[in-house]
Design a protein around this ligand. Structure first.
Ligand SMILES: [Zn+2]
Length: 257
């Protein structure tokens, strides 16, 4: 019986090995589904998944230098020609969220002649990505379909462009999370960098597990094990529903709303 059980077990293991890739841990945005244990914005090949280099100085996860802010909180934008009306509506819904929640302190308008602006791209062969802060001139946010279909990821990329980095990049993050380096996919270790207090600021707010800018627990996992373990065993990280109260507070402080 023992021998038979072993054979059955081996056969089961073999079929698991031959099975399709685990959909809970997609490696590309195209494999992402709402059931995935990582977020679509964590699946790009960019720096930290979705950030276009170079990085400006950041002020705990918000940029300190005011030159990287949009003057008056006013952001000019254009859609590239590949946007359907329904996809434009998804981006506008995210813009409206910023305008409503900040009582108009942050606003978006279609570009006329502004030199500094965001070009919204819709390239499904590329990951979700944005620069951090206003870079000067044209800068792009790419929203492939899977990023438009996850409202929190749509908001996440805009918050990068407004001047915020990932929450787990804060210099004090090791007091709140443990990075499981041995579980991180080779070559992606840089995604878990942290930055000194001269570079980024938390605008007086404590570390926020609930931030829309926090990675999920399995981001860039090589083996399906967690790459980030919270020191608070009850904390949940990686939500992409919307900005947390702390996210809103920091954004309003950055823009002096
Ligand atoms: Zn990001």
């Amino acid at each position: 019986m023992k021998g038979v059980a072993s054979i059955v077990l081996l056969a089961a293991l073999a079929s698991l090995a031959l099975a399709a890739p685990d959909r809970r841990f997609p490696k590309t945005g195209k494999e992402w589904t709402p059931q995935s244990l990582v977020n679509p914005d964590e699946l790009g090949d960019y720096f930290e998944g979705d950030i276009v280099l170079p990085l400006p100085l950041m002020g705990r996860n918000g940029l300190i230098d005011e030159k990287y802010r949009w003057p008056g909180g006013r952001v000019a934008y254009e859609f590239d020609t590949t946007y359907s009306e329904s996809n434009k509506d998804k981006v506008r819904k995210a813009m409206n969220e910023y305008e409503t929640q900040t009582a108009g302190c942050i606003s978006f308008h279609e570009r006329t002649s502004e030199g500094d602006y965001i070009l919204f791209k819709h390239d499904n062969n590329d990951g979700c990505h944005s620069s951090v802060g206003k870079r000067g001139g044209r800068q792009s946010i790419n929203y492939p379909q899977w990023c438009l279909d996850k409202f929190g990821s749509t908001l996440h990329e805009m918050l990068h462009a407004l001047g915020f980095h990932h929450e787990q990049s804060r210099y004090d993050r090791d007091d709140y999370v443990t990075i499981m380096w041995e579980n991180i996919e080779a070559g992606h270790e840089h995604n878990f960098n942290k930055y000194s207090s001269s570079v980024i600021s938390g605008f007086g707010e404590d570390y926020d597990y609930g931030s829309v800018m926090h990675y999920s627990a399995h981001a860039f996992s090589a083996n399906g094990e967690k790459t980030i373990v919270t020191k608070d065993p009850n904390a949940h990280i990686g939500q992409r529903v919307g900005l947390s109260e702390v996210d809103w507070a920091k954004l309003k402080k950055m823009y002096k709303c």
